[in-house]
Design a protein around this ligand. Sequence first.
Ligand code: UFG
Length: 330
Amino acid sequence: RDMTVMVTGGAGYIGSHAVLALLDAGYDVVVVDNLVTGFSWAVDERATLIECAIEDEGRVRAAIRGHHVQAIMHFAGSVVVPESVTDPLKYYRNNTAASRSLIESAVTEGVPHFIFSSTAATYGTPDTETVSETSPTVPINPYGMSKLMTEAMLRDVAAAHPMNYAALRYFNVAGADPQGRSGQSTAGATHLIKVAVEAATGKRDSVAIFGTDFDTPDGTGVRDYIHVSDLAAAHVAALALLIAEPGRSHTLNAGYGRGFSVNEVLDAVDRVTNVQVVRNPQGRRAGDPAALISDNSAILKTLDWTPARDDLDLIVADALAWERKLSERA
Ligand code: UFG
């Protein structure tokens, strides 16, 4: 592929996997990351890393020009939902305002394609078991709103300028590169599968179960866990579609369309690790919906993408392999 893609947040968890998928597909990659939560070692050495904030329009525009960037994949942002409740302005700065700057750089430099990391948190607490792209978007936290506002900017910008975009609304991303080249490395992670494999490798004493009285089959929260490598592949497929059909943009759920409860996830962790992780039932976390499962028929129909790792045990096994690698590194 004779095309350079700029990946913001390419030193982070999902971004670093997208970098691998793009490089493996033959694209050239320029990463823009301020390394506040990302790691320079997480960026594959075939990519160029520019350590810079995405809202630094001077440097971002120079990078777009210098590398003839033809597409931007925008992963950079803040992602901790409870933190967004206590520090909303951080989210409107790092997600909404910084995205506005990046989009302006893209428009000014004439970048034709833009792919955005959106979230199922845009749906808030759905009243249907699965959510489709036409379900109401009523975020219940500033994180979801900060992302929804960026979706709105992209929609309006794409109507006014020669740029098309894909907004992928991620469900619960987990796992690690099956070849062991990257994984979730953030310290103090709060995501269930990450927390559980930390417990299974002796880094925590127990795993909290936030709520056992939800209206779900076993009372614990149900989520649609998607393997990070499948998600990265969906981004590459979305880019191919944006290139093939200029003038058309897409907002797509990125999930597998099925859910697992917290207990089912912990059962899988026990099975895969041969460790009985200690479960510590607690009250509900603020703002947690009982269940959040994608209707993924649109992404399956729209993209040339077939999930390759839709298997909870595989997701957990890859997360565990990466966790063990991190232990060796420490
Ligand atoms: N959970 C526990 N114990 C933990 C961590 C989580 O029981 O230690 C439960 C939660 O209550 C929830 C499920 O496990 O039922 C998943 O929780 P996560 O924190 O892993 O993920 P969330 O569903 O809260 O949020 C994730 C991302 C968000 C994104 C959202 C969209 O973190 O960025 O998915 O579905 F917006």
